[in-house]
Ligand binder design. Structure first.
Ligand code: PMP
Length: 445
C-alpha cells in the first residue's frame, strides 16, 4: 500500500522510474511521450547531461547555505544571466522554490513597496477571471479559477477580477480585434476608478493564460494598453510567466512578444526544467531601491531561498536554452507545430479553437462549433481525454471548462523544446486516437 498522499485519492498511478529524452518510463517499461512537459515544466526533456552534471558538481561543492548568512556563486551567476536577458529595468532576482512562492513574493513585494514609499492605502490587487496564479492562499486569491477557489473562498483576501483577453470566446462578431483588446484592457481602468486610484497597488496577469484556459495569448496591443493604464494610475504591473516563460512561447520571456515590460515578473517551471524545484521573482530597480532606502529589508522569506543546488541546475538550464538558441528555435518551429495541430484537429466538428504560441498550444473542445457551446461538464471530457491519451503513451494536460460556461474543456500541449519533428508527429497521432475514442464514447451516451 502506498503511503504517498496523491492528488486524487482513488488514482492508481504507475511508478515513473526513468526519464529518457522526451519520454518517461514506468516500472513496467511502458514509455510515455511527455507532450506537456508535466505541466509545462520539462523544456529540456528528462536526461540532460549538462544539467545533471551541474547538480552533481554543486552537491559535491556546497549543498546548502542559508541566505540569511550567505549568497552563493550559482545564485549570483543565475541572477546576472536572467537580468542580462530580462525586459525593461528588471534588476534584482529573488529566488524561491516554485511558482506559487514567486507569486506570493510578488504580491507582498508590491504591498511593501507602497508602504515604503508612504502610500499604505494602496492595498488592492486586480487580476483576471479564468486565470491561475498558484495554490497558496495569496496566489489562489489572485487567481480567477472558480473551481480551485470555491471551498477556500472564506480564507482568501479580496482581489478584484476583470475579464481575461480571450478572443475566441469573447470577441463580438462585429468587433475588430483591436477594439476588442481595447475594450477588455479598459476594464482595468474602470476597476481602478471604481476602487479609487490611490488604493490600488498592482495588476497581475499571465501573458499567455496557461492552466485555466489552455494557452490563450492576448490580442496584439492589449498589454501595451494595460501598461499605459497601470502607468497612468501608478499601479504596478506583475506578469506571471510561471508557465509561459523561459522560452516556452518562443521568447525567453513571454512578454517580449507583447512588447511590454512589467515591474515584477514571476517565473518557475521551465527555469528548473524539472531538474530542481526553483522559481524566481524579478523586480524593477525602482521597487528594489525603495525597499533598500526604506526599511532595508523585504519582509518575506523561506528557508530554501536561493538554494545553491537548485540555482546551479537552473543556471545550467538557462545556459542550455541560450547557448543552443532554443527560444528562437521554438519560435521558428511554432508554425509547423500549429500546422500539425490544424491538420489533425482543424476539421473536427468538436474542436472549437486551436491557439497558442511557440511550443505552448491549446485545443478547445465544444459540443457545438457554431454556437461555441461547451460540452456538459458532467461528461468529464477533460478527464476522459487525459486517461485515453495516457493509455496511448502520451502525457498531455487536459483541463475542464470554466464554471461560468464561457470556456470548454481543453488540452494543453507543451512538449520539450528538444522534441524532434517525428516525436511531435507521433504525439499528435496518439492524441488524435485518444480524441476519436473519447468523442465516440461521449457521443454514444
Ligand atoms: N502561476 C501560473 C501561471 C501557473 O501556471 C502555476 C502552476 N501551474 C503557478 C503560478 C503555480 O506554480 P507552482 O505549481 O510551481 O506553485
Amino acid at each position: 500500500m502506498s503511503h504517498v498522499f496523491p492528488r486524487h485519492c482513488h488514482s492508481d498511478l504507475p511508478t515513473a522510474v526513468r526519464g529518457d529524452g522526451c519520454f518517461l518510463v514506468d516500472a513496467q517499461g511502458k514509455r510515455y511521450f511527455d507532450g506537456s512537459g508535466g505541466a509545462a515544466v520539462s523544456c529540456l526533456g528528462h536526461s540532460n547531461a549538462r544539467v545533471a552534471s551541474a547538480i552533481k558538481d554543486q552537491v559535491d561543492r556546497l549543498a546548502f547555505a542559508h541566505t540569511g548568512f550567505f549568497t552563493s556563486d550559482p545564485a549570483e551567476e543565475l541572477a546576472d544571466l536572467l537580468i542580462a536577458n530580462a525586459p525593461g529595468d528588471l534588476d534584482r532576482v529573488y529566488f524561491v522554490s516554485g511558482g506559487s512562492e514567486a507569486v506570493e513574493s510578488a504580491i507582498k513585494l508590491a504591498r511593501q513597496y507602497y508602504v515604503e514609499v508612504g502610500q499604505p492605502q494602496r492595498r488592492h490587487l486586480i487580476a483576471r477571471r479564468q486565470s491561475y496564479h498558484g495554490n497558496t492562499l495569496g496566489a489562489l486569491a489572485a487567481g480567477g479559477n472558480e473551481w480551485r477557489r470555491e471551498q477556500f473562498s472564506p480564507l482568501l483576501v479580496d482581489v478584484s477580477h476583470i475579464s481575461p483577453c480571450y478572443e475566441y470566446a469573447e470577441r463580438q462578431p462585429d468587433e475588430t480585434v483591436e477594439a476588442y483588446g481595447a475594450r477588455v484592457a479598459d476594464e482595468l481602468e474602470q476597476e481602478i476608478l471604481r476602487l479609487g486610484p490611490d488604493t490600488v497597488m498592482a495588476f497581475m496577469a499571465e501573458p499567455v493564460v496557461g492552466a485555466t484556459l489552455g494557452a490563450v495569448p492576448a490580442v496584439a496591443g492589449y498589454f501595451k494598453r494595460i501598461r499605459e493604464i497601470c502607468d497612468r494610475y501608478g499601479v504596478l504591473l506583475i506578469l506571471d510567466e510561471v508557465m509561459c516563460g523561459m522560452g516556452r512561447t518562443g521568447h525567453l520571456f513571454a512578454c517580449n512578444a507583447d512588447q511590454v515590460a512589467p515591474d515584477i515578473l514571476c517565473i518557475a517551471k521551465g527555469l528548473g526544467a524539472g531538474y530542481q524545484p526553483i522559481g524566481a521573482m524579478l523586480s524593477s530597480r525602482k521597487i528594489y531601491d525603495a525597499i533598500r532606502d526604506g526599511s532595508g529589508f523585504f519582509q518575506h522569506g523561506h528557508t530554501y531561498l536561493g538554494h545553491p543546488v537548485a540555482a546551479a541546475a537552473a543556471l545550467a538550464v538557462v545556459r542550455e536554452l541560450l547557448d543552443n538558441d532554443l527560444p528562437a528555435r521554438v519560435a521558428e518551429r511554432s508554425a509547423d507545430f500549429a500546422g500539425m495541430l490544424h491538420a489533425r484537429f482543424g476539421q473536427n466538428p468538436h474542436v472549437g479553437d486551436i491557439r497558442g504560441r511557440g511550443f505552448f498550444w491549446g485545443i478547445e473542445f465544444v459540443a457545438d462549433r457554431d454556437s461555441k457551446t461547451p460540452f456538459d461538464a458532467r461528461l468529464g471530457l477533460a478527464g476522459k481525454l487525459k486517461k485515453a491519451a495516457f493509455a496511448e503513451g502520451l502525457v498531455c494536460y487536459p483541463m475542464p471548462g470554466t464554471r461560468d460556461g464561457k470556456s470548454g474543456d481543453h488540452v494543453l500541449l507543451a512538449p520539450p523544446f528538444v522534441a524532434s519533428d517525428d516525436e511531435l508527429a507521433g504525439a499528435m497521432d496518439s492524441l488524435a486516437r485518444a480524441v476519436t475514442t473519447v468523442l465516440e464514447q461521449v457521443e454514444s451516451l
